[in-house]
Design a protein around this ligand. Structure first.
Ligand code: NAP
Length: 264
């Protein structure tokens, strides 16, 4: 039986790659899209989209009431993505969320709602399997290195900084690393922000440049050595295997999994 999918953000960079992925999977069926600019049309009416008679809605409530779906994929922006995710859970349509920038409080609320509604949900700041391994290796290294700086690099259309992946990496390192305020105790920024953002004494630096996709280096240092763990997403195809896997996995889940590593 095909898994029926509703996708929000079909014209975006991630969304258009996901539409193609869903179209090419024999056991997935795209049954509707959420798009604020093309409500009432079909996907085939939009330039650059596959020739599919898939209805487009602006109003997500109306969409969930009229269309029978198993999974909801969100690839939009955090403000609307948060509302979409909660609404999907309330309708028992399992969300697979790639949208980044949710606050810890929002993730906590979604976790509670998913558990209460007995509905699976996956939120992954990074769907690239290599990026998940980079985070896992960083967590392992954190036990042996208290000094670490994270450098994340993305295209200049990205709205949130630091990236969800950088925050998640820092959270994983915090599980194993001895807490430490890094750098010289008397260090001073002569230009504000020079040392980047700080999480538990670690520093996170965000670069935004046209031409980049999604890249991260985690650099550990101790006496006489550095260790660099690096991952590059060269195109958005790198995220599609993780989304595909999540759509399958979420079908058998009854609660939130935050991070792809929790379902691998
Ligand atoms: P994008 O190209 O800017 O696409 C965003 C899409 O969201 C567009 O189709 C946009 O449509 C739509 N949108 C924006 N505001 C909306 C609203 N209020 N209501 C409905 N739709 C709205 O961005 P992207 O590069 O595809 O990234 C999408 C999200 O995925 C971002 O949060 C990004 O950080 C995240 N991301 C996640 C991963 C991962 O592995 N988890 C990887 C890469 C990116 P309009 O044209 O109408 O604005």
């Amino acid at each position: 039986m095909a898994i029926n999918i509703i996708l929000a953000g079909p014209r975006g960079r991630m969304g258009s790659a996901a539409v193609k992925m869903v179209e090419n999977e024999s056991d997935f069926k795209l049954v509707a899209c959420i798009d604020r600019k093309h409500s009432g049309k079909q996907l085939k009416d939009i330039e650059g989209q596959p020739s599919l008679p898939v209805p487009i809605y602006e109003d997500i409530e109306k969409c969930f009431q009229e269309v029978n779906a198993d999974v909801f994929i969100d690839l939009t922006v955090p403000e609307v993505g948060y509302y979409h995710t909660k609404t999907a859970i309330e309708h028992h349509i399992r969300p697979v969320v790639g949208t980044t920038g949710f606050t810890d409080g929002q993730i906590g609320e979604i976790a509670q709602l998913a558990e209460g509604e007995n509905t699976g949900c996956i939120i992954a700041p990074n769907f690239a399997i290599g990026a998940v391994l980079m985070m896992k290796f960083s967590e392992m290294a954190g036990k042996y290195f208290s000094d670490v700086e994270i450098i994340e690099k993305h295209h200049d259309r990205k709205l949130d900084a630091p990236s969800g992946t950088a925050k998640k990496t820092a959270e994983l390192i915090m599980k194993t690393r001895e807490p430490k305020k890094q750098g010289h105790p008397d260090e001073q920024e002569t230009i504000s922000g020079a040392r980047g953002a700080e999480m538990d004494g670690m520093h996170i630096h965000s670069l935004r440049l046209p031409g980049l996709v999604a890249h991260q280096e985690v650099i550990f240092g101790s006496s006489g050595q550095t260790l660099t763990i690096k991952h590059d997403s060269l195109n958005r195809g790198s995220f599609m295997e993780g989304i595909k896997l999540s759509v399958h996995k979420v079908m058998d889940m009854k609660e939130l999994a935050y991070g792809l590593e929790n379902i691998l």
